[in-house]
Design a protein around this ligand. Sequence first.
Ligand code: NAP
Length: 491
Amino acid sequence: MPDKTPSVAIIGCGFGGLGAAIELERNGIDNYTVFDRGSGVGGVWRDNTYPGAACDVPSPTYSYSYELETEWSARFGSQSEIKAYLERCAEKYGVLQKARFDTEIVAARFDESSGRWELEIEGGETQWFDALICATGQLSRPKIPDLDGLAAFAGDHFHSARWDHSVDLTGKKVAVVGSGASAVQLVPAIVDQVSELHVIQRSPNWVGNKWNHRSNRQVKWLMRNVPGLSRLQHNVEWAWYEARVPIIFDQFDPLRGGLHEWLKYKIRREIKDPELRKAVTPDYKVGCNRVLLSNEWYPALDRDQTTLHANAVTRVTPAGLVLDDGTEVDADVIIWCTGFTATEYLAPIDITGRDGRKLHTEWKNGPEAYLGITVSGYPNLFMIYGPNTGSLTNTIIFLLEKQARYAREAIQRIAKDGGWIDVRQDVQDAFNEEIQRKLSGTVFTSGCPGWYHTEDGKVVAVWPGSHVAYARATGKVDFDAYEIGTVSANA
Ligand code: NAP
């Protein structure tokens, strides 16, 4: 059998899916299709157009390592810049011609006799592929709480990731529900525009300084013209972030204690009102969910037109929100900064593996995979940004590149030998036991709000180690960890 060019389907055209497509292109595998239900490249960077949307990881490392950009306007690029960067990459590497936008994959079925995947597209069309790369992201499906009365709300309401640009907030009473990464960027961006701003904070987050600086013409010129300078900048930022591993993973508590005190000092320095200071101070350890970065969040909360409600929302009325202490908040506009269905990996695609196994049934107690990339029972399926691959210490782009490289190496083997590869269940189980063992006793299991764990508390989003360790673990596909399947020549 073969040495044929395998056909590959990639679902998702954000950083992960685009990076996987480029990895294939750069290695001579050009028989692929990228599907995306959105209308263009970019994933979350296409969808999140709320005011103030920007990256909170430095742009020199929040870009593909082989495609460093010299023109960032600041250390932390804005949403529109990142989206434009991704569009340029898609064009440069020839991915655009192989992308099908506005196309939602609703089901994927593995056929053991041919060793191929059948994809079903919304509307009923089907297509067959030798391998499937799922890069659907963890933060692509917005979550709005299912609250009584929402349908009867008289004003406008929308999720931060589905910003309604037809709604003018000028002079309006606006309620922002949530105080996570999106709210922290959005609230300072709209506070001067509205007449009243109500921020509904169910749990406070730790917020650190955003050490941002703008790039001027001279810096950009140097980046463009001095050989190796943008690479040096990338590597220095990368190493600086990688050095945070001991703080995040609880190995060196004095550092964490120092950070804790520093973040409390920031609250005291930026907020005058003692009641407000108390309300925004978390009662859990630093690092067990994302430390947010903003120099404007606390000052925006301390403004006269802003009221912080340290409450949950219980229901919606035609006039606004009712909070769990009975307070009624009148609002013309409600903006839901309530996050995403982050732990429901690959949902809502209906994925069927060997012997009719259903992935979502098997994952009902939380998703598990091997290296976050392959799942036993689902041959030739590779995930980008799968379970337990969330990057807390450094840039996710590094991990996405490692996953794309791993998938590409496996696909080359499939092309060479034909058939399929399926990670062994015992290998996957041992890997997950080890992951959970490493996580136990860290801040992630100390019980704090956020989306890194399922409702039962199983931590499914976090990679429990350094990026160097992940690179080592994924550096070469260990085919002994896989069952190798053959298919008949005329299948
Ligand atoms: P998030 O961090 O999950 O925050 C959701 C917020 O909504 C939390 O404050 C949560 O409170 C609150 N909430 C959820 N359901 C609620 C309810 N029923 N009633 C009241 N409050 C409720 O969501 P996000 O801000 O959209 O950010 C999601 C992720 O996107 C981030 O963690 C980050 O990874 C990514 N992001 C990245 C950037 C970037 O710069 N790279 C920017 C924005 C977002 P609890 O804390 O109590 O659950």
